[in-house]
Design a protein around this ligand. Structure first.
Ligand code: GFB
Length: 315
């Protein structure tokens, strides 16, 4: 990419899109196109078509999506399916209609079968049944991958698809009902410490294992792929190591300084038992993550205290 390329970052206010925007700005890219939801509704086909026709971006990063944790995914399958299909269909087809040179589609590690081999190679896609708590989101993301691959096969487009593992970092959603596990436990631990409680509730059994990648590492990988990867075959973007939810809760409590008891609410779903990506493909190309989990949790905690909860920060 050239630093003057016009790059449209769809979803520039979200966790992933804001990190990609920060990365590109720090690298000296000066022609970034950003539109918030009020300015451009990505689920509106004619609005997206008109925007592309007017702006004619050179490169598109498709980081806009309806996302959420295990509960939000299970409670709102219609919205996770429809909104994501609409957004990605509109953006990808408008990119083709307006001669976008390169497009990066962001998928998710939940596209892989529930009982995929661990670590999960890219070749595991569509080899088995999905995890039911997020199958609507996964089906939408798989449709996005297939649409990018179809444009590559039929029209020779350079549309690439990266599959990030569970992300966390500044700009995350910390709402307890909608969020992913890491921001949820961080917010619960801070709240328990601030209010002097001796107990913190963790959903499920604590036994599932998850891989966590700091969103700034993910952004670095995305820019690396935009510069160095030109294949329609999907590529995993992970940290390369995982921990159990119990271990994650203990680590977060340690970082926060909460020394009360953990209790496990087994009425809440565990989701998929394990989701560790095989990152050998991107490692062979020359990319590796840099931010260790403890360090990433500590800086995310700082960000949260400064941006979300003046009351907690003041205690
Ligand atoms: O991050 P998470 O919500 O989603 O939950 P997934 C991961 C694990 O953490 C599950 C447990 O085993 C949860 O039961 N957990 C423990 C909690 N305490 C909590 C809590 O307070 N909040 C939450 N949210 N979980 C998501 C998919 O799956 O992964 C998305 O739903 C997306 O579609 C994302 O693909 C990457 O890791 O299970």
């Amino acid at each position: 990419m050239d630093q003057t390329d016009k790059i449209f970052i769809a979803g520039h206010r979200g966790l992933a899109g804001s990190a990609i925007t920060r990365n590109l700005e720090a690298a000296g890219f000066t022609n970034l196109l950003k539109r918030d939801r009020k300015e451009l509704d990505l689920s509106n086909e004619s609005a997206v078509a008109a925007f592309f026709e007017k702006e004619k971006p050179d490169v598109v990063v498709l980081a806009a999506a309806r996302v959420g944790g295990i509960k939000a995914n299970a409670d709102y399958p219609v919205e996770f399916l429809l909104d994501n299909l609409r957004i990605q269909n509109n953006v990808i087809s408008a990119a083709h209609a307006n001669d976008v040179r390169k497009l990066l589609f962001l998928g998710s590690s939940c596209i892989y079968p529930k009982h995929a081999p661990q670590p999960i190679p890219e070749s595991a896609l569509l080899t088995g049944a999905l995890e039911p708590t997020n199958d609507a989101y996964a089906i939408a993301k798989i449709a996005g991958i297939k649409l990018c691959q179809a444009y590559a096969a039929e029209y020779g487009e350079n549309y690439i698809s990266a599959m990030p593992t569970n992300l966390y970092g500044p700009g995350d959603n910390f709402d307890l009902l909608g969020s992913h596990v890491l921001p949820a436990l961080l917010s619960k631990a801070l709240e328990a410490k601030a209010s002097g409680r001796r107990e913190m509730v963790v959903w499920g059994t604590g036994q599932p294992r998850r891989e966590f990648l700091h969103v700034d590492d993910m952004a670095d990988a995305c820019v690396f792929l935009l510069n160095n990867y030109d294949s329609p075959e999907i590529i995993n973007v992970g940290y390369g190591d995982d921990i159990s939810i119990r271990e994650l809760a203990e680590l977060i409590c340690d970082v926060v300084g909460f020394d009360g008891e953990l209790t496990f609410d087994a009425t809440k779903p565990d989701g998929t038992p394990r989701k560790l990506l095989d990152v050998s493909k991107i490692a062979t190309l020359g990319w590796r993550p840099k931010i260790p989990l403890r360090e990433g949790i500590a800086s995310t905690c700082e960000w949260y205290l400064q941006n979300n909860t003046p009351a907690l920060a003041a205690r």
